[in-house]
Design a protein around this ligand. Sequence first.
Ligand code: NDP
Length: 479
Amino acid sequence: MSDAHLNLIDGTWMPGDHLTEIRNPSDLSDLVGHYAAATAGDVDRAVQAARAALPAWQAKGPLARADLLDRVARRIEAEAEEIGRMLAREEGKILSEAIAETRRAAQIFRFFGGEALRIPGEALASVRPGVDIEVTREPIGVIGLITPWNFPAAIPAWKLAPALAFGNAVLLKPAEMVPGTAHLLARIIHEEGCPPGIFNLVMGPGSVVGRAMVAHSDIAAISFTGSAQTGRMIARAGAEGMKKLQLEMGGKNPMLVMDDADLDLAVAACLNGAFFSTGQRCTASSRLIVQAGIHDAFVARLSAEMQALRVGPALDPASQIGPVVSAAQLQSNLDYVALARTEGCEVIGGERVDGPTDGYFQRPALFLNARNAMRVAREEIFGPCAAVIRVGDFDEALAQANDSDYGLSAGICTGSLKQARAFRHGARAGMVMVNLPTAGVDFHVPFGGTKGSSHGSREQGRQAVEFYTTTRTAYSFGG
Ligand code: NDP
């Protein structure tokens, strides 16, 4: 088939055992392409190639790695519009967001190119006279990277770039629904001179390719982003193989709106946090915890602005909210809208709508009069839906915010320094936002959560070195 996109194994494009057809969720008549599904045998071939390539790659030293990442960053930047267009077509993110995400991927590669030359270490005095101790950071070996569909450029980048910067070899398995962006990244990494075997792309279903990676005895570590359910499965299987694990999972992120908040700012932060990217962000503000005094004014403004959002095809510059990623995700979102009613919420929006093309369009939704115990306030929906919970005071708001199985991001809108500070210290989340949406993070600082949201050390920023290296403690006695 002429539009077949193949796996990259040991520097060679390989066919896998069947092709998966990818269609545009904004327009099902638009065929994005056919992508080769790898087999467990392909995973093994890629692992053997990675193992064989590692000694020469590590011998090249950090400058070669820094230069490679810098060249990759430049190419991604130069091709950001083309890659962003692919991202918008396969995932449904509106084009401006898709291009911005692609540029973010370039920035991540550039940042970790610099980090390749700043690998930390320590020299310490020994308790024994005449003995010196050196603690160095060493590559782990072959690492499996398993990524979700909602950030097809940024999440692969924030795993790939540190893995390569610190001297490892990788297998990247993108989500089966969005192989196109990963394929474009793979082509760039390959063409910019990454040695055969150091970077491998293995596309296909998680139940085959991801599972084979997690089970492979020569893969030393797995970095995974995806649902809590899959994360738990990987934790169990990975522990069996004694693998190092980094698992980034879901969120049910609270955004507190206090009586003293700037109403314009609070509405803008919640509109962005809850609905942009069709709510398909692990950091989405999905619980809006609103103090009684501002509640009615806030709800009136937010629902008016939400209803005015233009839902439409990702490539239409007028669209503010793109389609839901798939038929299954749309059905799940609609089921949650129905559940919100059953649980006693007043629902605004949330219905499926026709667009100018045949796509999975849904209006954003607010679930009013929600309570934190409801399923719609406890389970991650991963769509353009936010539950509004009314509270009396700050202490009640903080308690409700923390009453969740998740702890990824948490925000507060307030004019009070005292409340902001109390929230920063009291919120049980990996990321805390004051007068900012819960979603939207920088790439040079740690990313991750607490409780059911994350397991293992943090991604991104200087802290990424924790996961992608292991320490070696060397003792020497000079006599
Ligand atoms: P899934 O857990 O379904 O899939 C994530 C990845 O795991 C995919 O590549 C998938 O492959 C793969 N996979 C599935 N089954 C297995 C298996 N048995 N063994 C190994 N790998 C497997 O999540 P989604 O793709 O649906 O992504 C949405 C989720 O991601 C949301 O819950 C969201 O919260 C979370 N997320 C978390 C972030 C964070 O940093 N905390 C950031 C972004 C998203 P395939 O696609 O082929 O099934």
